[in-house]
Design a protein around this ligand. Structure first.
Ligand code: CUA
Length: 333
């Protein structure tokens, strides 16, 4: 029984450690490294305690077998000593050690805000993430949704808040969880040691689509990141191709522009994600890959893919208009 439990525990640890994109045991940033170290300490200590206790139980059970009828003398003083050692002294030592390791980890987790040169304001909404890239000149500011780009090896200061209810920002391979609270700002320093796409999600239950409130952190080499920023700063240009022009007109005249913005067009809605460079993003609403076919499916029936999402069902488009609309949005690189 004990062996089976240990086996299950070991399998779980292996699964958590290596086989998921959300593993805290596969850190890619300094803060995550500290958390992983703390995690391994906990796993190691708990495994050790389970082994010792399991061994003692087994030893006790086997030692008494066959001798139940004999009246062994009871060593009362020895029993008390063992209760003091096993029930008080060892737990105090173990818990004090864990307390110190936890305190040290909590101390280093906030990072050094002074070292960060890049500021991103992240606002949590039911059920998406808005990222505002702030620069000295407001004309250089831009927004993305559900996708945060950062340069590798450089600390980035994230100011976190919420537009509605309490959410929690969590990119497990880069940092611990941090609550996004309406009317209150929280800060973390995000830093990735190597390029990659790191998955993140909301870690505080916030409504029906809590599970699908996902985002990605895209860590790029610094020069690639600067090129991305330069592209994102640009407003969308009016398309020359008739198909795309038809799509842009549909976007501006139907309901889309009431909720979404596209800089450089008449679309100025502010309650839904800014779509200025939508075509460059990896996912649609955090739930599906960003392809034209998926986008069409999303536009006509978002509720089928993310039930409860604030995006309404838009079934008023005929086939050619829907195709033009999706083609236009995909062209916004
Ligand atoms: Cu947002 Cu859970």
């Amino acid at each position: 029984m004990i062996g089976m439990r240990l086996g299950i525990a070991l399998c779980l640890v292996m699964a958590i450690a290596g086989c998921t994109p959300y593993s805290i045991f596969d850190p890619a940033g300094e803060q995550a490294q500290w958390l992983a170290t703390l995690g391994w300490w906990l796993v190691g200590l708990v495994s050790f305690i389970i082994l010792v206790m399991g061994g003692l139980l087994l030893w006790g059970a086997l030692r008494r077998r066959g001798s139940l009828d004999t009246h062994l003398p009871v060593d009362v003083d020895g029993g008390k000593r063992w209760i003091l050692i096993g029930g008080v002294a060892i737990p105090v030592i173990v818990l004090s050690g864990l307390f110190v390791v936890t305190l040290v980890t909590l101390r280093v987790l906030p990072g050094n805000p002074e070292a960060a040169e890049i500021d991103i304001h992240v606002t949590a909404h039911q059920w998406w993430w808005e990222a505002d890239y702030l620069h000295e000149s407001p004309s250089e500011n831009f927004k993305t949704a559900n996708e945060i780009h950062i340069p590798v090896g450089q600390p980035v200061r994230i100011k976190l808040t919420s537009a509605d209810v309490i959410h929690s920002f969590w990119a497990p391979r880069l940092h611990g969880k941090l609550d996004a609270i309406p009317g209150h700002d929280n800060y973390i320093i995000l830093e990735a040691n190597e390029p990659g796409v790191y998955r993140g999600e909301c870690a505080e239950y916030c409504g029906v689509q809590h599970t699908n409130m996902r985002f990605v952190v895209v860590a790029q080499p610094p020069e690639e990141y600067r090129a991305w920023v330069a592209r994102q700063r640009q407003p969308a240009r009016p398309p020359a191709e008739p198909l795309l022009a038809k799509g842009m007109e549909a976007f501006e005249t139907y309901a889309c522009a009431m909720c979404h913005s596209i800089r450089g067009t008449k679309a100025r809605g502010e309650v839904a994600p800014d779509l200025t460079h939508f075509g460059s993003r990896l996912h649609i609403a955090g739930v599906m890959p960003n392809t034209r076919a998926r986008l069409q499916a999303w536009i006509v029936n978002a509720q089928a893919h993310k039930p409860g999402v604030h995006m309404p069902t838009l079934d008023q488009f005929d086939g050619p208009t829907l195709n033009a609309l999706a083609a236009y949005l995909e062209s916004l690189k």
